[in-house]
Design a protein around this ligand. Structure first.
Ligand code: PRX
Length: 673
């Protein structure tokens, strides 16, 4: 957290209290979870035993003997003594009853391409085939890390499940991230194998994706982390379209596959608490952290929340528009829905390509009943007007939103226009670290409240704490730090390779006794500001650390600053989150240059380019401001909050305590003439 981070009294609360809206009766009549006593059963007095109900959703080689091993807080180990395999639970166990059921409809970005259906039986063979390649060709063993850098294609979940089948950990890197960002993750996780793809379509254009693998492998080699093999799927099987292959390092899966086809790779029985995957996410330092998730806890939690919050049922066609390269895709495109034997849509493209009617054409054509997206996507679709969705015949029973606060009027548009008032809406608050939803309504039990993520789910006990660790009373109208009193099965296990950072980041502020073996002394601090209403519903007010939430994607301001500071011309850099109508927030960068360096449009472009090169296009700043100096405290700390206020054209407040107050006016004149 930065030295000038917000305190709870800085957290602004400006939304008014909203009315309750009930879920449609037609939804309630068919819902998976309608018994309100679950909240009582999942009372803290029964913790952690109530979570056995979630573990029972899975098939075990051997059942656990402890629900929660909390002997070494805050390193929680769920369902220890048990033996389980995640891929078996997502694929094999469905074969007797569901082998011909569609697991994924793959929808190409190109609208003329036929929709591909992948049944559970086909998924089974594809996963076995790739597991055989990983094990017998690439030498992957239990516990190894495999980095997967891929776009939204069925081969991505196939590769993940193949790792899980072998007991290897996957580390999926969002396809839009740069080769450099991929390298950072390969290096940190010490992966020897990179799985990638030749290329893919984005807004109608073919992108060479494999060239990013070349950058990543070269960069990793420089720091002594050699990648032995790069396994390359082809977007069009057998028609390679990427940059040149490197002899002895790069291998096309289409050429290896015939040798391994039809081979059965028995799933590895893994301890319940064995790590399943890493997912890197941004925090307050320049280095992304490898969030480590376990097998049985994570999978049972993803399955249970898919069942009870998303209400996925056997006949549903479920579509989550997120990317599998983020945690939402891991939990709610891959593990949760597959564990339930659901049929899902996997869509390669963006929501408004080639036009804003695309999502509704897909929904109409495939009979989508559950739709899951982000506030940014809703805001961007809303711009095109309500006539567009009205043209199409689809009927959603439930719609979910995730990733950012949704403004009440955007929520209403989602409910009335997209959902036609016939679908229940769940606003699900959670994080990469939490594995699955933590705060949301259970749609058939609790009413909806636009702009609020709902109360804690059954068994999740949120609390808002002030700076000193005192509870902020629900209904007081005050904001504070959102914490969860108890661990839950989906909670992260640690930060890969940095357990101290794990303890410090999530528990450092509120744990008063590091020796304590009592989970009650270890509330989990989420890093979000929030306000709890008298009814326990939470309004999420946004990050309280140096993280910017751009279109629901977490970017660390320090990561952007480090990229800019690699340029010789730049003396200092500060990145702030500026409000954006569609994306929620966008980065703006303030830089000062070394003496004698001239501010030119070329230099501004160079600054943008280095960010895109090191991180990826999602981090592209909205503005680069080259300024004479950055506002600083007397102890030399950059006051990013003042810069953010300038970017948003907000009141700046008193600057007289700064070391260089005069610079504020200069910057204001430049940025807001
Ligand atoms: O600030 C919160 C915001 O997204 C952050 C987590 O980002 P990430 O780990 O990338 O996971 C995103 C998908 C779960 C949170 O700290 N956030 C997530 N969901 C909501 C939200 N903010 C408001 N309302 C939500 N429903």
């Amino acid at each position: 957290m930065s030295d000038e981070h917000m305190t709870s009294s800085d957290i602004e609360v400006h939304w008014r209290e909203e009315e309750y809206i009930n879920s449609p009766a037609s939804f309630v009549a068919q819902a998976n979870l309608t018994d309100p006593t679950i909240y009582e059963r999942f009372n803290l007095d029964n913790f952690p035993h109530y979570f056995t109900e979630y573990a029972e959703l899975l098939d075990w080689y051997q059942k656990w003997d402890r629900v929660l091993d909390d002997s070494n807080p805050p390193f929680w180990r769920w369902f220890t003594g048990g033996q389980i395999n995640a891929a078996y639970n997502c694929v094999d166990r469905h074969l007797p009853a569901l082998q011909s059921k569609v697991a994924y409809y793959f929808v190409s970005e190109r609208e003329d391409d036929p929709v591909q259906s992948l049944t559970y039986r086909e998924l089974y063979w594809r996963v076995n085939e790739f597991a055989a390649i990983l094990r017998d060709f690439a030498g992957v063993q239990k516990g190894d890390r495999v980095t997967i850098h891929m776009p939204m294609v069925p081969e991505l979940p196939i590769a993940m499940l193949a790792c899980a089948r072998l007991g290897a950990m996957h580390s999926v890197v969002f396809g839009g991230f740069s080769g450099q960002a991929c390298a950072d993750r390969i290096i940190d996780s010490q992966s020897r194998i990179l799985v990638t793809m030749d290329g893919y379509y984005r807004n109608g254009k073919w992108l060479d994706h494999k060239e990013k693998a070349d950058v990543a492998v070269a960069r990793a080699a420089e720091v002594g982390q050699p990648v032995d093999k790069v396994l390359i799927f082809e977007r069009h099987w057998g028609q390679y379209g990427g940059s040149p292959l490197v002899e002895g390092r790069d291998f096309l899966v289409s050429q290896l596959a015939p040798r391994y086809r039809g081979q059965v790779v028995e799933p590895e029985p893994m301890p319940g608490e064995a790590p399943l995957f890493l997912m890197y996410t941004s925090g307050s330092t320049g280095k992304p952290k490898g969030i480590q998730h376990g097998t049985a806890g994570y999978l049972s939690y993803a399955a249970a929340t898919s069942k009870y919050v998303l209400d996925i049922q056997p006949d549903d066609v479920y579509w989550c528009m997120a990317d599998i390269g983020w945690i939402t895709g891991h939990s709610y495109i891959v593990y949760g829905p597959l564990a339930l034997g659901a049929t899902s849509v996997l869509y390669e493209g963006g929501p408004t390509y080639p036009d804003a009617g695309r999502p509704w054409r897909i929904a109409e054509r495939l009979g989508v009943t559950i739709f899951h997206t982000s506030p940014t996507a809703i805001r961007s679709l809303r711009q095109f007007g309500e006539e567009i969705p009205q043209k199409y015949h689809y009927r959603f029973k439930l719609m979910a939103t995730v990733g950012e606060p949704i403004e009440p009027d955007v929520w209403r548009w989602y409910f009335h226009v997209i959902g036609r008032g016939q679908a229940a809406v769940v606003d699900t608050w959670w994080q990469t670290e939490t594995g699955g939803h933590l705060c949301s309504t259970i749609p058939a039990i609790k009413p909806m409240k636009p702009g609020s993520a709902g109360p804690g789910l059954p068994g999740i006990h949120p609390v808002v704490l002030d700076e000193t660790g005192q509870e902020v009373a629900p209904g007081s109208g005050e904001g504070g730090y959102l914490c969860i009193r108890n661990p839950w099965p989906g909670i992260m296990q640690t930060i890969w390779g940095d357990p101290e950072r794990y303890v410090r980041t999530y528990y450092g502020k509120y744990n008063k006794n590091p020796e304590s073996k009592d989970w009650r002394d270890w509330p989990y601090m989420a890093g979000d500001g929030a306000m709890m209403a008298a009814d326990g519903y939470l309004r999420i007010l946004g990050r309280i650390d140096d993280v910017i939430n751009v279109a629901g994607h977490r970017l660390g301001t320090k990561e952007l600053e480090s990229a800019v500071l690699t340029l010789d011309e730049v003396a200092e850099a500060a990145v702030v989150a500026a409000h954006d109508e569609i994306k929620g927030a966008m980065p703006e960068i303030y830089v000062s240059l070394h003496p004698g360096v001239e501010a030119t449009p070329q230099l501004t472009q160079k600054i943008v380019d280095v960010i895109v090169r090191d991180i990826g296009p999602i981090a592209r700043p909205r503005h680069v401001w080259v300024v004479p100096d950055l506002p600083k405290t007397r102890s030399g700390k950059i006051m990013r909050r003042i810069l953010a206020a300038i970017s948003d054209n907000r009141e700046i407040g008193d600057v007289t305590t700064l070391a260089n107050p005069e610079v504020v006016e200069t910057i204001q004149k430049m940025a807001r003439p």
